[in-house]
Design a binder for this molecule. Structure first.
Ligand code: GAL
Length: 655
């Protein structure tokens, strides 16, 4: 359990650095991330480097025993570079270019920009790659943030065509795969294929999907170009990138494949995230100062999977932020709680953003561990408390890594893209559905591994698939081989890899293990709400429902009030033929868990549990005092069972 901080020496007079470093060490901070936006200081003019200030900053921090994470500065191309190569500015869907004057103003497909990035990365890595205090390197910053990916530039068009040629070989194969006979869209050669934008009505969904796949690969290769340089010059350091919460523009599993990163890191702003995702307003209001209890956990569990077990929080909210619709001050305790929550989900390091609030420029309303006048902020005081507790508690200092959970939730980036391209009904958002399932599991006390559909699923007791647009034979084989119970949600198996309806109707290949077919699918306006009860729970379908026909061997376990099946099953495999209201998801998942031999716990509202290394942590996100369900002879290593809002405790079960 280590605590870090993000620091920008270039934004403060040198006379402050030594005191900053000393206070960081005193606060119990072990890691400091620096440099990720400082290109204009590292290279003030083309080819003219100034390392002297960075040398001094690194030495000053290292002298206090602090370990450094160095960021390559490529999220902030300097003005001289834009002046020389204005063509590296990204192009928006409407054909206009983003301007300079903030950050991320580059086209990820630009060869020129990629060369510049490799050049500055190489210069930095040559200088600091072997420095003993530099333990990790971050490439760029939040790839894809601010919707600068995708870019619709001439460079992107050129590279997209090459990507298509690689994928399809011949243009005839592409025409067949996309169904281009429809509306005379057949291309005579790859040179006629355009970018899927500015079409009078929808572009071909297959075209859109391939463009998203291509852009996702571009993000991964952009990182790899820098990672390769870093591996050469800094062979002993961890290479990483800081991903974002609830972010699906690229496939993070593909990004991380083949050891492209050593550890997955992500940036956690729970309150702002709660405000900006598709939650009902009542939930946003309820958790306005604590963040929704599952918002951070969802990404902790997702990035633990992306990092094959290793993850950090690279930026952690330390107080009010500046970028959501509303930015309240967190409830007392939350800044401390979020660190323990991350650790309980397996994080090795939680690094707060940022050391000190900056009184000028874009983020002046964004808090840090210190106020602009250098006083410790309320969040900073909570971090001081956490580091003291950790330092004084052997059980927290030497916590073993997270073990495999009994429950897996399959999260799939392509499914997100497919249903964004073809929502079919307002309100259908795959990630929101996945989050609802996740939340229903967490409310019942389960630890959850979020995994890719390609992961080995054989060791889980319960596998939950909120939806999986393309179900191939390999995935069905996983179901056949496993002893787990499976819950598979709506729209699963509804498309082929080429974005067409399967010949055998949805759910395609899934029919091998669960024989039913989707005859028609409907999206539901809010006034269309087929009702249903499952056990004690009653509710309705929302957003989406399917009219399914069970075939021989399938059982109907529940029906809507108009007679259509809502749940069909065979043996260990269940299918949910609609997006159901939350209480029904809770019931369906609880039943499946019990059938698989697991024991759901009915936790008080706002309370969550997470287990790691023999400890159980409990967190109270609710607005009333609650009792954590610790067994009678539990040994507490942190806090106690009675938890007020924003409080946390941890215990070891008596054995
Ligand atoms: C992140 C970003 C940081 C900072 C922060 C503010 O998205 O990586 O540089 O802008 O947000 O919350």
């Amino acid at each position: 359990m280590q605590i870090g901080v993000c620091y920008y020496p270039e934004q403060w007079p040198r006379s402050m650095w030594a005191n900053d470093a000393r206070r960081m060490a005193e606060l119990g901070i072990t890691h400091v991330r620096i440099a990720e936006f400082a290109w204009s200081r590292m290279e003030p003019r083309a080819g003219v480097h100034d390392w002297e200030w960075l040398d001094e900053a690194i030495e000053t921090l290292a002298a206090q025993g602090l370990k450094l994470v160095l960021g390559t500065p490529t999220a902030a191309p300097p003005m001289w570079l834009i002046e020389r190569h204005p063509e590296i500015l990204p192009v928006r869907a409407d054909g206009t270019r983003w301007n300079q004057g903030s950050r991320r103003h580059y086209d990820i497909a630009s060869d020129i920009y990629r060369q510049e990035c490799v050049r500055i990365t190489e210069a930095m890595a040559q200088r600091y790659g072997k420095h003993p205090a530099v333990v990790a390197w971050q490439t760029d910053n939040e790839l894809g943030c601010h919707e600068t990916v995708p870019s619709y530039s001439p460079a992107a068009l050129r590279r997209f065509r090459a990507w298509l040629q690689q994928r399809y070989g011949t243009v005839e194969a592409l025409n067949t795969a996309w169904g281009n006979v429809f509306w005379s869209m057949e291309y005579p050669s790859f040179e006629q294929v355009g970018l899927p934008v500015l079409t009078p009505t929808d572009a071909n969904p297959s075209h859109l999907l391939d463009f998203r796949r291509y852009m996702s690969d571009e993000v991964a290769s952009f990182h790899r170009e820098q990672a390769d340089v870093l591996r050469r010059h800094a062979p002993h350091a961890d290479v990483l990138h800081n991903f974002m919460g609830f972010f699906t523009t690229f496939d993070h599993y593909r990004f991380a494949a083949d050891k492209a990163i050593d550890v997955a890191t992500w940036d956690s702003y729970p309150i702002a995230r709660t405000e900006s995702i598709g939650l009902p307003d009542a939930q946003k209001a309820r958790y306005a100062r604590t963040a929704h209890p599952d918002v951070s956990a969802f990404d902790h569990d997702r990035y633990r999977g992306v990092g094959a077990g290793r993850f950090w929080v690279m930026e952690q909210q330390a107080g009010p932020v500046n970028w959501a619709a509303w930015n309240p001050v967190p409830a007392p305790g939350m800044v401390r709680l979020w660190a323990y929550e991350a650790f309980a989900h397996g994080a090795e390091l939680v690094s707060y953003f940022r050391w000190r609030q900056c009184p000028y420029a874009q983020e002046q309303m964004h808090s840090g561990l210190n106020l602009p006048n250098d006083e410790l902020s309320p969040g900073g005081k909570e971090v001081a408390q956490a580091t003291r507790e950790i330092a004084g508690t052997e059980a927290l200092r030497s916590l073993a890594p997270t073990e495999r959970a009994a429950v897996a939730l399959v999260f799939d980036y392509e499914t997100q893209w497919i249903f964004e391209i073809q929502r079919h009904g307002a309100g259908f958002d795959y990630q929101t559905l996945a989050f609802d399932y996740y939340s229903a599991l967490r409310e019942q006390g389960f630890d959850v591994d979020i995994v890719s559909r390609h992961a080995d699923l054989s060791a889980y007791r319960l596998v939950v698939v909120p939806s999986l647009a393309v179900i191939d034979n390999a995935f069905v084989a996983q179901i056949e081989r496993s002893d787990a119970h499976w819950v598979i949600g709506p729209r699963s198996g509804s498309k082929t890899t080429n974005f067409a309806i399967p010949d055998t109707l949805p759910p395609g290949a899934l029919q091998r293990v669960l024989p039913f077919q989707v005859l028609e699918a409907e999206s539901l306006r809010p006034t269309l709400a087929p009702a249903i009860s499952i056990g004690e729970a009653s509710g309705t379908a929302i957003h989406w429902r399917e009219h399914v026909r069970p075939n021989d061997g399938a059982r109907v376990d529940a029906r809507f009030d108009d007679g259509w099946p809502a749940l069909v099953s065979r043996g260990r495999v269940r299918y949910v033929a609609a997006w159901l209201t939350h209480g029904l998801h809770y019931a369906v998942l609880g039943d499946a868990a019990r059938a698989s031999g697991l024991v759901p716990q009915a936790l008080p509202e706002g309370l969550r549990l997470a287990r790691r290394g023999g400890l159980t942590f409990a967190f109270n996100f609710g607005d009333t005092r609650v009792q954590a369900p610790a067994p009678a002879r539990a040994q507490f290593v942190l806090g106690e069972a009675a938890l007020c809002t924003g409080d946390v405790c941890a215990w070891r079960d008596p054995h």
